[in-house]
Design a protein around this ligand. Structure first.
Ligand SMILES: [Zn+2]
Length: 177
């Protein structure tokens, strides 16, 4: 079989496979649950199949991989050096699709919240998740003095390490194509 994948693409795919059990969206869901929030997962009825839908708060959360969603200005997002003619339009298309989905959702009255993979690194995670709670509910998370993190298992994900390889479950195309 011809080697049609760039080195970058292969390392992304490999990282994807390794991170199957420790997906960032699973971490976010678990933590929201421990904060008392209830949600639906990847609801197909909504544009872009948001990772987390909270009907009670009329909020949707997308947990976005910095690579697949071309996180602008993010140190974890770099356009692959090889085969830019393949990657550039592909990632641009992903980004444009995200914008349209968010617009549609907002027009329908939904709060659209993004959590970027890079915001979930060990040093930023707690702050981000506490803020996420506020963004969803409009209320400040009640702290019991032990920190918001104790209810969930922040150890699950460990250090995300190279953040470039998060799998995007909404991405239907296969990079091998
Ligand atoms: Zn990022």
């Amino acid at each position: 079989m011809a080697d049609i994948m760039s080195k970058e693409a292969r390392s992304h795919v490999m990282a994807q496979i390794k991170s199957k059990d420790t997906k960032p969206e699973a971490l976010v869901r678990k933590r929201l649950f421990s904060m008392g929030l209830r949600y639906r997962k990847n609801d197909k009825r909504y544009p872009g199949r948001p990772d987390i839908v909270l009907p009670k708060h009329k909020a949707v959360v997308f947990v976005n991989g910095c690579f697949w969603h071309a996180h602008e200005g993010c140190p974890h997002f770099r356009m692959p050096k090889s085969r830019p003619e393949y990657w550039e339009p592909k990632l641009e298309k992903n980004k444009a699709r995200d914008v349209v989905n968010a617009q549609t959702l907002r027009e329908e009255g939904w709060k659209v919240i993004y959590v970027w993979e890079c915001e979930l690194s060990a040093d930023k995670r707690e702050e981000r998740l506490a803020r996420l709670y506020e963004e969803i509910t409009g209320a400040v998370l009640e702290q019991d003095g032990t920190g918001a993190g104790d209810a969930g298992s922040s150890e699950d994900l460990g250090d995300l390490g190279d953040l470039g390889g998060m799998e995007d479950t909404r991405e239907t195309e296969n990079p091998k194509e």
